[in-house]
Design a binder for this molecule. Sequence first.
Ligand SMILES: CC(C)(COP(=O)(O)OP(=O)(O)OC[C@H]1O[C@@H](n2cnc3c(N)ncnc32)[C@H](O)[C@@H]1OP(=O)(O)O)[C@@H](O)C(=O)NCCC(=O)NCCS
Length: 229
Amino acid sequence: MLIAAGCFEYECQIADLESHGSAEAAALALDLTFPPQLARAVPTRRLEFLAGRLCARRALQLAGCAGRPEVSIGEQRSPVWPPGYVGSIAHGSGTAWAVVASRAHYRALGIDLEKVVAPATALELSNPVLRPEERVLARTAGLGYEQFLSLAFSAKESLYKCLNPITRVSFDFQDAEVVELILSAGLLRIALCADLLPEFKAGDLFEVRFALGAEIHTSTGIPASFCSA
Ligand SMILES: CC(C)(COP(=O)(O)OP(=O)(O)OC[C@H]1O[C@@H](n2cnc3c(N)ncnc32)[C@H](O)[C@@H]1OP(=O)(O)O)[C@@H](O)C(=O)NCCC(=O)NCCS
């Protein structure tokens, strides 16, 4: 299962919103609002944003959030969830996806969607994205190099989206390392390699679920009961 127990998800195709004629018409029809930050955005970005917000609303409703919940834009672009809920939004390659959960179960969630990169891009991204030990793991992971690189990239983006809203600390691809990959379970473990806060420090391990396909989906979460080692 890609998302953990207690989580609710919704996915849509961004192109589905195009039938409304424009992002403004889609927003009106769906009763979603554009924040001022999107005022000068190009139409494709406005549609992408809207699709993410539509998924967020639907996932929140599945989680039991009443009415027509809105998710605004917070610090460092992170989504602001209605009281009592946490979640994450991803979009890419024409798809938008949101996962939410009750704060009673999770402190934070992070998800990401990535297309498998082309061989030339994998070579280019290898050093910035992978740590030396990950390049060793890539050889035995049972995946092609491009697939492994794309999966590690996506897992780190998910971890970033999960941790950034609660730590407010930025970190880089070299500050996290995939240390274990269990292909049959669609599960990997990723370790922080830098101290972010006393509570989230180098050596802390996080589980990331993944699904491989034309697009790679990854998801992670900090359980409400999380205690740093
Ligand atoms: C935040 C970030 C990971 C999002 O990347 P992206 O390519 O735009 O990814 P996606 O399209 O899948 O997701 C975008 C969504 O992520 C969410 N998001 C953006 N910034 C976020 C943050 N700081 N915290 C949590 N979620 C965030 C938003 O909902 C956004 O969609 P929206 O703008 O329509 O609301 C990236 O832009 C970034 O800032 N990275 C910082 C450095 C980094 O990558 N570190 C490596 C990780 S180890």
